[in-house]
Structures are given as structure tokens and as C-alpha cells.
Design a binder for this molecule. Structure first.
Ligand SMILES: Nc1ncnc2c1ncn2[C@@H]1O[C@H](COP(=O)(O)OP(=O)(O)O)[C@@H](O)[C@H]1O
Ligand SMILES: [Mg+2]
Length: 331
């Protein structure tokens, strides 16, 4: 296994509600190796964005980290002060979020937005930063890059804006790129182009990537490992091939079953998991997925399953499910 770059342990995040604090991220463990791409998947609302925002101290008001650690380059990101974090954010860690707070500034020219992190983190001169900004736009495949430097975001198409955001995320040659659903709003052709782009850059720059998506089909071609989140917990974590070959958690199987397959009849495409994830503060006792799970037994409604290696072996494939582990061990 490669050297670990980021190791998140027992991360817990709470939202302040009128009824008191409600847990939204409940003891997540994640690790990302050097040069590795980790895909994080799960339905909307399962805590993917908050997890990543918390690492960069970008959580919205009323939402706070209640426990855990996030070691990055020998330091716990969760204990850094704002100044220390600003030195890492956009520098050693690049990010592409859809959140308007962290996306493009509508009244600032593209070139200036690209140059800013270079001037701030790399102490480049204005002229050098502008030249590098032009190179970055070329790198992400924007035609006529030099002319685009003076454009404002609204003058570009959605796909081009997304590329600009990726260029900003990559500006300082980060060790880690965090991409939170960076292609969700784009059509499939452009999605595929952006995935190819990140794949190529990852190889060339040797960076690690955390790519968040609710789209398992998209992540299949990109990630080395996949971590499946449900209701703020990791329910399955495995190398990508193992996850697709032998999905163990009923939730993962539900997600896989809802991927449209080429040539499948429309009825087969629409299979998906019934029900919705629990709201913060309304988590059931036991396994959070039990109320929606076709295989749930009594133990699932009383006892939270631990994330444990499948079949009790020393394997990187881990699952948090009473039933799956028993079925697999028996097989
Ligand atoms: N600004 C916010 N205020 C209140 N609740 C929020 C806010 N952002 C997220 N949440 C809640 O936290 C949970 C996790 O959100 P999020 O991390 O954005 O999910 P995901 O990225 O997986 O879709 C959701 O249930 C959502 O309702
Ligand atoms: Mg999100």
C-alpha cells in the first residue's frame, strides 16, 4: 500500500437545531494514499460535502466538528488556526466545490482569479502569475486560453466555468485535489472530458484525488478505491474492482442496481432503493440503513454494525453490515 497522505479518524460533525445538536457525520474514517484517487459516493444528504468542507474549515454556520482528527502531512487539519489553514487551502490542498461561497467570483476576471492563489501561495509576481494562469487554462483544455484570461465567468459556458474551477484547484500543483461533484451540472460528454482531464493530470502531477459524486458509473473509471457513505457513516470501503465485483452492503448493491445499463430495458434502469435517508437528529438505533434494508434482521435495529473486513480476512474490502459479513463468511 502507498504512503498515506490524508487520514481522517472518527470524524463527527454536528448541526445546531432547535432541539439541540444533531449528528450529521457520525465517526467517519477515511484514508487517501499518495497518488491515490478515492471516490466517495452516496445519495444526496449523506454528509459527503460537510466531511470535506470540515477538513478545510469551510463549514457553514451552525455546523461544527464535534470530534475526530484529520492528519495531513503530519499535522491535524482540524486543529490548525485560520492562518495555518489558509496556507494549505488552495496551496497543498486544491479544491473544487459547487458551493457558491467557494466557487467563482462573478465580478472578477478569470485570469485574476487564477493568479490569486499563485501570488498568495507561491509568491509569484503578477506577470509570472498571469503567464501561469494562461498555461493552466490551456492545461484544462480551454481553447484560446490567453484571450479568456480577461473574461468574466458569465462570458463562459457552464462546462468552461467548471474547467476554470478545476484550473484554480490545480493552480499550485496541490498534493491533494478535493473535487465535490465537479461535473454534476454538466452534460455527459463534458463530464467524460473532465474525468479524462483529471486522470491525465493525476498521472503527470502524481497528486492524490478525493472525488465526491453520487454517480457510481462515473467514479468506476476514475477511482482506485471507493468509500460508500450512508447517513454520515462509512458503510463500505474497497478497491474499485472489488466493490464492483462483490458489493457487500445492501446499500451499495442498491446504488449499483440503479446505474443505467446500456441496452437494458427502461424498467430495469429504474430500480432504486425505496425510502429516504434519515434526517439529522432522527437517526434510528442500530444500523442507519435498517429501515430501508431488504435484509434487515432484529440485530440490525438494535446494534450499530462496525466497519470490518469482509469475511473477517485481512482484506482492504471493509463493510459495516451484520448480514453481509455473515453471508460472506458462510460462503
Ligand atoms: N447549511 C446547512 N444547514 C443545515 N443543514 C445542512 C446544511 N448543509 C448540510 N446540511 C445537512 O447536513 C446533511 C449532510 O449534508 P451534505 O454534506 O451537504 O450532504 P451531501 O454532500 O452528501 O449531499 C444533510 O442532511 C443536510 O440536510
Ligand atoms: Mg454535497
Amino acid at each position: 500500500m502507498s504512503e498515506t497522505l490524508l487520514e481522517v479518524k472518527d470524524l463527527t460533525i454536528e448541526i445546531a437545531t432547535r432541539r439541540g445538536p444533531a449528528t450529521v457525520v457520525d465517526g467517519i474514517d477515511l484514508h487517501v494514499g499518495k497518488g491515490e484517487t478515492l471516490g466517495i459516493v452516496g445519495e444526496s444528504g449523506c454528509g459527503k460535502s460537510l466531511t470535506m468542507l470540515s477538513l478545510l474549515k469551510l463549514l457553514p454556520n451552525k455546523i461544527r466538528v464535534a470530534g475526530g482528527s484529520a492528519m495531513f502531512g503530519g499535522r491535524d487539519l482540524l486543529t490548525l488556526n485560520n492562518k495555518e489553514l489558509r496556507a494549505i487551502r488552495g496551496g497543498r490542498i486544491g479544491f473544487v466545490f459547487q458551493d457558491p461561497m467557494t466557487s467563482l467570483n462573478p465580478v472578477m476576471r478569470i485570469g485574476d482569479q487564477l493568479a490569486e492563489p499563485l501570488i498568495h501561495h507561491r509568491a509569484m509576481s503578477k506577470a509570472a502569475a498571469r503567464q501561469r494562469a494562461g498555461e493552466l487554462l490551456k492545461l484544462v483544455g480551454i481553447p484560446g486560453a490567453e484571450q479568456r484570461l480577461d473574461a468574466y465567468p458569465h462570458e463562459l459556458s457552464g462546462g468552461m466555468r467548471q474547467r476554470v474551477m478545476i484550473a484554480i484547484g490545480l493552480a499550485c500543483d496541490p498534493d491533494l485535489l478535493i473535487a465535490d461533484e465537479p461535473t454534476t451540472a454538466l452534460d455527459v460528454t463534458i463530464q467524460a472530458q473532465i474525468v479524462d482531464l483529471v486522470k491525465g493530470l493525476r498521472q503527470r502531477l502524481g497528486m492524490s484525488v478525493v472525488w465526491i459524486t453520487h454517480d457510481l458509473a462515473l467514479i468506476a473509471g476514475l477511482a482506485d478505491r471507493i468509500c460508500v457513505l450512508y447517513a454520515g457513516t462509512v458503510v463500505e470501503d474497497a478497491p474499485v474492482d472489488q466493490l464492483f465485483a462483490e458489493p457487500a452492503h445492501p446499500y451499495t448493491r442498491g446504488l449499483l442496481a440503479s446505474i443505467p445499463r446500456m441496452g437494458a430495458p427502461d424498467s430495469a434502469r429504474l430500480s432504486s432503493i425505496g425510502g429516504t435517508p434519515p434526517e439529522p437528529g432522527r437517526r434510528p438505533a442500530g444500523c442507519p440503513f435498517a429501515p430501508r434494508c431488504p435484509l434487515a434482521e432484529d440485530v440490525c435495529r438494535t446494534t450499530v454494525p462496525a466497519l470490518a473486513p469482509l469475511r473477517g480476512e485481512a482484506t482492504p474490502h471493509r463493510v459495516a453490515c451484520h448480514v453481509a459479513n455473515r453471508v460472506m463468511e458462510a460462503a
